[in-house]
Design a protein. Structure first.
Lengths: 215, 215
DNA sequence: TTCACGCTGTGAATTCTTTAACAACTCCTA
DNA sequence: TAGGAGTTGTTAAAGAATTCACAGCGTGAA
């Protein structure tokens, strides 16, 4: 069995695969067992050529005149995106945003489970929050190691960010979804994705102005 | 007065400018009145060449041997990113996430103010939430028009997303920050930025696995 | 069984983004 | 006042990502 394709798939393509999978899950319930690249493309706001190339990259083939088998494609994407034994996530920082993220993420994907939350404030620790146990941040290293947590969602105050990140990295975390609007330093083997809302808003504000008149 | 440079600046560059401005604001309080491109680059996790090119694109010049004047650069970026009379934002969907976003965004930038929230649920409307007045979604079109709101943050349930978007667009919204994990359809002149957390998590999960061993 | 249609798979072309490289210049030192 | 160190501004090259375009094929219709 060949498993994952040898060469790394680009970040952009992985993002689209995630999107395709979600769209395909909906299609699977509804219509014929096949989709054309142009159908999937229009659902994903992309081009047919892009869809075909993405699927080519993961070694998936369709049939001319029938398109791609939906269930087979979902299975193939699962094989790429999911780890067989699943991956566990910790959320750090149980403030307003942290709690909302807990509720948002919990239970979305069986192979990607939030298993613990951490906070410095003793008033928040030692109980369930949105069904997830919340621990003291002092217990974090042991917890991450023993439960083999590889992903972290960071939603702590700015000042605390870098030191929390250092702890996470030292505990063996492999990737961080960062909601703190500060660039965090990590060693090269740790991946970071910044979701910076103010940056997105400022970008939208700019293009909103460019587009139409000058309000 | 020439105002904005004629040619559009790329999305990537705008994002970095937003980041630079934030970093510069910190620098301004601390040290000398100048920065070198390599200093700013290292704070932004970028390369000096990238910084120089970005600043070139917005027509900003530094001095050899002293670098860029921090305050002047902030002013120049303000000129690009900010609208002189400010832009107003509406938040739609006051659930867990919506409330957290209100708290997060409120008061961050004076030229980018959240001025109203909307929800379908009458229990939530008619009062302040995190200091922002919350209205019925039925009043949204009038409100958006009369208060000249051009940006929207979308945090409604999936099923409601497209119909809310249609209303927003019809009311004159120019750009939407979309937290709903569904591709929304808008006319070409409306800009959308999708902040899709599950997609980001799945991407990180993939690269976390690629990097090290195969857990 | 044959034909025509419309799709896939993919090399080539294009476009967009980043990095390299270096001449020109400014400041500091002596 | 002249020289050296180190930075900017910018052109050219490299590298990624996307789109084009078309050969080849499978299906359904005749």
């Amino acid at each position: 069995m060949k498993g994952q394709p040898a060469r790394a798939i680009s970040e952009r393509t992985i993002e689209r695969l995630s999107l395709y999978r979600r769209l395909l899950a909906k299609l699977a319930r509804q219509q014929s067992p096949h989709v054309y690249s142009h159908t999937l493309a229009s659902l994903a706001h992309g081009t047919p050529a892009q869809v075909r190339r993405d699927l080519m990259l993961i070694g998936f083939s369709g049939s001319p005149a029938r398109g791609y088998n939906i269930q087979d494609l979902i299975d193939r994407i699962d094989l790429i995106l999911d780890s067989p034994d699943g991956q566990r996530i910790a959320l750090v920082g149980v403030g307003n945003l942290g709690r909302a993220l807990l509720a948002y993420i919990a239970g979305q994907r069986s192979k990607l489970a939030i298993v613990a939350a951490f906070d410095r404030d003793p008033a928040k620790t030692g109980r369930l929050i949105n069904g997830i146990p919340c621990h003291s941040i002092l217990d974090m290293p042991d917890f991450i190691r023993s439960r083999k947590i590889t992903l972290a969602v960071l939603a702590v105050p700015q000042d605390a960010a870098q030191s929390v990140v250092d702890t996470l990295v030292a505990s063996g975390i492999r990737a961080i979804l960062n909601f703190v609007p500060v660039p965090i330093r990590v060693p090269r083997h740790v991946h970071v994705d910044d979701l910076d809302m103010m940056m997105s808003l400022e970008k939208l504000a700019y293009f909103a102005r460019q587009a139409g008149n000058g309000d």
